[in-house]
Design a binder for this molecule. Sequence first.
Ligand code: ADP
Length: 866
Amino acid sequence: MSIATTPMMKQYLDAKRQHPDAVVLFRMGDFYELFLEDAELVARVLGLALTSREKGPDAVPMAGFPYHSLEQHLRKLVRAGHRVAICDQVEDPREARGLVERRVTRVVTAGTLTDDGLLEPGVNNFLAAVAVGADRYGLAWADVSTGAFELCDVEPRELADELGRLEPAECLVSEDAARGELGELLAARPGMARTTRPGWTFHPAQARETLVRQFGVATLEGFGVDEACVALGAAGALIDYLRETQRTSLDHITRVTPHRRSRTLVIDDVTRRSLELVRTLREGRRHGTLLGVLDQTVTPMGARLLAQWVANPLAVVDEITARQDAVEELLGANLLRKDLSGLLAQCYDIERLTARIATRRASPRDLGFLARSLALVPRLKDKLAGRTAPLLAALDENLELLPELRQTLDTALTDDPPLVAREGGIIRAGYHAELDELREIGQGGKQWIARFQAEEIGRTGIGSLKVGFNRVFGYYIEVTNAHAEKIPANYVRKQTLKNAERYITPELKEHEDRVLRAEERIHELEYELFLKLREQAAQESPRLQRAASALATLDALVSLAAVAAQRRYCRPILVAEPVLEIRDGRHAVIESLGAEGRFVPNDTDMNPQTARMAVVTGPNMAGKSTYIRQAALTLVMAQIGSFVPARSARIGVADRVFARVGASDELARGQSTFMVEMIETAAILHGATERSLVILDEIGRGTSTYDGVSLAWAVAEHLHDINRCRVLFATHYHELAELARSLDAVRNLNVAVREWQDEIIFLHKIIEGAADKSYGIHVARLAGVPRAVIERAKTILAELEAQHLSPDDAPRLMRNEQRRRSSFLQRSLFWGANDHVIEALRQIDPSGLAPDAALAKLRELKGELR
Ligand code: ADP
């Protein structure tokens, strides 16, 4: 006998056949059951008990859980990287003739979650799709839980950066592409599920068709989307996948927005991680990041928006200024800010509520949350009225009051609607006449019972006679055994207890039917009314989304203003000229982690003419890396629209920022540090423009000193002469301070250190000029290296210095003053070796030299070259 012999098992296997790559949850009564391998899997992953259906050779492994713990188990399964197909009963079992009809009602995957319990409130959950074009990739991404949907084409080398920015939970790729280079690139991203989809869903014509149908438009150009872009295929495939997995309306995805990289500050993946914008490098936490400092939002939608702002700073002065104006106005109005925060804090996540409403998945409780949030809108609008910053005024406009919906929800819903839709308790009294009537029957029932009980006591003379109800037997009359002989003839025995008997009479039975029918009908009617309400709300989803977005923006702006107030930030002046002038600047994150007032402020002064590059030398632990990061963070903050930790700042808007600081975490992936560093350096040399900002820390560390210094030197020259970007270079190669002698726009800086009784004190103050000592041995002592080793190191150092340093204590690399400012040779690092040749050349007087003598001299000198 095969296991498919029972009709139900056949039904199960059909579902499984349609979703071979998913775990199938099969609804049976009040339980979700799993069979065969799926049962074994959940026994392992969820720790459920494994039982079996049938015994002996036909035994089918089986496991299950009650339907109300679905969310909790879904979460675990999806987190463990599984796809889950939910096979529900799609007809009322009471009405089913024979086997209840079941169907897969949705497939839940990491990138398609909408359930609140499965999502992190303040974090977007993106589903991405990548299409392959002739010379570029097309990328589309959506958050089904909010309705956000964007696309853009990217150069092949930019794809990883974009994925790093979005951190999608899941990424779609066509079968063909999955086998190629793209497949490898995607597989290399831990924490992102990769889902292979049929190639035709990515086909441009098919994708276009899917999209115009989704949006009900004739062309996508109205959204500003170029229909010839590669990303169109990705966007179409994404919607197709959502239709297949969601099996419900996607009404909340009403538009697709082209993402314009040129309008944003481009930040590559390594930079994002090194600057610790949203996640710390080592532990991946949010505490200790820029977002951690800036985020004082009080709603999940505000938190998500601010995270997007931090991940995508702007590059257009006007847009930045608009945010700054709003922050400034809020900063100046302490009371208003507090009021707004107070109101916002009571708002629920309207954005995700709307998404659940539009996908018809919202519960009565969700509608209740929506009603409560909408009730706050008029008060929020009041507070915004008369604001002058254009962004705030626009928010006021977008914050629609939705009076009809608000009114309907208020009058229709109970104060605390339940999570479950079919058990009543949703609709308020007075909203619906039939419902009120039915309820009266239910409640009138209680009065009727009381009267009936009194009458029966009178009629039988049994004072202890009781009328009761239980779920199994319904209504009954209970009489203790002591009164057995007084039982009237029309009492029919229903149940025998130890000391009593329970009876029913035709009259009581009739009443029971009436009450039960009423109750059932109440639940049905409440459910119907709830569906109507949800439908009405769904019709408003575009307006609800606009309101949600206005509230999110307000929350994010209030947060920036609150941080600026608490931490005494200033409003940076943004200009087109690529300058970076910061007075008394601080490192936003380090300052926030340390004790107040302990951070030593420093200036930064860069301009395109005389100070494009700053070479910061100084001992380890002095604060070099903090200083250069602080400059980059300040620029990023300014372009987010935030105020910055400084007394004043004038900042030229950058197109890209590059940061190579601190040990990169690529090491774990098995590439050598040096190789990684060179790949990253190459990206900067190729990508940096006059508007870019580059910060480099200890470049060339992973190789021999000479290699390292040479590379660092050449890289610096290239950045200075060719890229002409702003560069802050932190290094412990003091030789690099010599760059200032041959390059126009280089300034030397170092970090002040005070020596005191053989101790060194780090002052963390940046000063002009190159550092003269490295203090490595001091730092080693601070770190607890044994005294004997320290002493020995000092001796060796003294010997080395005697050998390799010239009398003026400068390294030999570029000692000669006269070598300044000329040809390539003069920039050569290892000049010292040929000094005598130069000297000889210098002695020659060409005018007094015969041609053959000149030739002979040339040969001689050439022979001496090393
Ligand atoms: P380096 O790059 O020179 O080795 P770091 O920038 O890593 O040094 O800084 C070393 C330590 O000094 C860090 O713990 C940092 O928090 C602290 N520090 C750096 N700059 C400052 C400053 N301006 N004020 C206070 N502490 C600072």
